[in-house]
Ligand binder design. Sequence first.
Ligand code: TPP
Length: 939
Amino acid sequence: MSSLPITNAFNDGYIAEAYDAYRRDPGSVDESWRQFFRFAESLTATAGAAPAAPAAPAAAPASAPAAGTVDATLLRAAAGAAALATAIRQYGHLAVQLDPLGSPPPGAPELTPEFHGVSDRELARVPAQVISPDAGADETAADYLARLREQYCGQLALEFEHLQEDAERRWFREMMESGRATAPLSGDEKQAVLSRLTEVDGLERFLGLAFVNAKRFSIEGVDALVPMIDAAIEFSGEGGTQQVVIGMAHRGRLNVLAHVLGKPYGTIFDEFAGKHHETNAASETGDVKYHLGYRGERQLGDGRTVTVELVPNPSHLEFVNPVMMGVARAQQRQYAAPTAGERNEQSVLPICVHGDAAFPGEGVVPETLNLAQLRGYRVGGTLHIIANNQVGFTTDPTDSRSTYYASDPAKGFEIPVVHVNADDAEACIQAVKLAIAYRQRFARDFLIDLVGYRRHGHNEADQPSFTQPRMYEAIKAHPTPREVLGARLVRERVMAEEEVQRLEREMAERLRAIHAQGQQGGGHEEDGDDTGLHAGAQPPRVEETAVRSETLVQLNEQLLTWPSDFKLHPTLQRTLPRRREALQNGGIDWGHAEALAFASLLTEGTGIRLTGQDAERGTFSHRQVVLHDVATGATYTPLAHLSQARAPFEIYNSPLSETAVMAFEYGFSLAAPEDLVLWEAQFGDFANVAQPIIDQYLVADRAKWGQDTSLVLLLPHGYEGQGPEHSSARLERFLQLAAEGNMVVAYPSTPAQYFHVLRRQARWSAGNQPGERRPLVLMQPKSLLRLPAAASRLEELANGSFQAVLDDPLASTSEVRRLVFCTGKLYYDLAAQERGAHVALIRIEELFPWPHEAIAQIVDLYPNVDDVVWAQEEPRNMGAWTYAAPRLRVSTGNQLAVRYVGRPERASPAEGYKSTHDAEQGRIVAEALAPASAPASTR
Ligand SMILES: Cc1ncc(C[n+]2csc(CCOP(=O)(O)OP(=O)(O)O)c2C)c(N)n1
């Protein structure tokens, strides 16, 4: 037996490295290493070879060497044991049998003693207390490691060592190593899961027989998803959750609708038979059955009820995730003080079900995961479940992702992950218990990777053996999850074989009876809520948006008040107080009008939430809603401190994302119908990046699902020579998508118009019934933000309302021969030039709904018109031209052709060179204002 000082014992690199780390920060190494080093140092301390060593482990191991020497062999074996314990915690998940179809887990060399330079025999000689303070006095490291292996390589394949927070890692270790995470289910719990799996399986098989080849995106193979969501609702409900919001795609959705939300089987059968419930009265469009939303009530074991909502979902995979989060965030306010804008995160549990191909594939997933810890977006943790059937349509994982697990992107966001075998129903429920306990403790996201298979093709009409022949051979021979659990419960003597069979028979009979009743023409009772809303095509008008001038002056004063010791930036110190004079001298600019609109709405009880990239200051420095103390960095938001505010004001700089954040605000607005919710694009065309949210949700939600929101999009737009991507908010796209009164598209050209349109939107939201709200898409200015010619007077805010069309304030009606219709910023370019008496400039401020009446009334004022021009700065194939031209012709009396003045058709929206821009802009202005030619009849 050799003896040597402790530092020499650590000569081999790995241990030395761990020891170094331990000495710098004991918290940075695994508990087993800590314990080992404590032990090793205590030996050396006893030997007198090192100064002030830490305390010895609780009980000195039986074979501790004599004072003055260190048994190097034992130390090395103990170090190996510590390393192996660490490896099991870190890599144990790689040894769990996850695939129900039997492909073996990869394992990891680190999980063997040899990797760490020890043998089983040596481990049997090391007292377990050397690597764990909790180990039994008689336990050897070999016993202890066998126990760890059971815990980490048994049912739950847990990944948690990537978490930054030591407290979280410790919590997981404690949950796993105390056995709490893997506590067996009671007999009753097991029977309940079997009943549920029988219903899940029964419904799918019945649908398969009754509606052969109809698409249903069967859950079969990941059936456990349903009892898992059941369990999440139950456990979370026990902890005080009152609402659950679920977002999911097609896979298993019908089953979740039926069993988690209580959508009646009869209604589902009706839908398969081609009948559809009136999801909305506004449109004939509707949607396929596996996209529909639903709301139901669930009774908990203790008698309380939890509301469960599945948000409608378009085909676009994963895009529902941020929508669902926004809904959850808004709902969390219902359970806290409303005026303070507080939330109760435990009151609402968000659950997100993903596909294994879509999760790593779709960029909206990481965008959404990134929201989880941001103060403007957090929801106290989302429970993510990947319904992992090991294939995406026909694509194998090897072609689908660069990571080992489908869930790996989540690790970058410090989300703990547990993988479970979908055939191991007990493990599936244990995983949910762990997830909910973690959320309750740390209020953070958790991911369960439910590894199963897909019994049929991508849909039921699809032949999977074309592409996955071997997998489907294995699936054909594989028992269903219900059969697997049934056999296990019989084996464990929890249930008798006959009972298991009886459950199955009863389910089949139940479904047959309900189906037969529908076929006899009885129809089925709809007793849930399909979250459908009913609406006419046009929003009713509420026009009173003016605010008394005394009120505005008084609010203005409060907006210019901050704590006396608050040190404002010198520029703001100089410019903000000018807003006092602006009320007197007609200099109200864009940001100012917005602040006054917000302030007045807050005092009237409308809550406001505004987000966007750098929205607090405003990209163009025009907003300055959140002030920063230059000395301390502290912030102060006058809008959040109004003395008469009756609703909360929230503003947040968003992360650098468009899709997820626009979707989040859309969802928030859905669930906060009374509030004014605004999303601002940094430059208008960045909204392109969120196009699926616009196409699939914002404009089509009423037609598909009878769902509506009043989200406002603020999209900076205008040709100022800033190049192709900073000029156009792609107005043409919104106008192409406008139909059935699905939104309002407006381009206000003055601060007063902006003030009134915001207030009108808030009034509509607050005053209207569900189904009558509309999104508002606003082209927003850049160069007009402070343009003196665009400024508004206090009277314009204190009187009047939003005008869909603005007549020329200067024109002499009888002399005018040419009506030049334009929008927004171009008006000021035109108005800045000398114009002949033959021209009137008319601004269309609201493009959709098209203000036919208002235009016709103005046209009637000009009796001698023989030339109608649509002038725009956008290229001919963009902007409002193709939308406006036929409408304008009708609105101007159908007598004159509408002439186009603007940029020619272009592939790119704007010039990249300032000089070319200037030339084009000059040409457009000159053409629009050109001297009158001979009357049209002689041309
Ligand atoms: C954005 C988007 N791209 C493509 C599709 C077409 N598509 C629908 S399901 C699917 C495969 C999904 O695989 P996975 O995520 O594993 O879910 P599974 O259907 O296997 O449950 C594809 C490619 C889609 N619906 N949405």
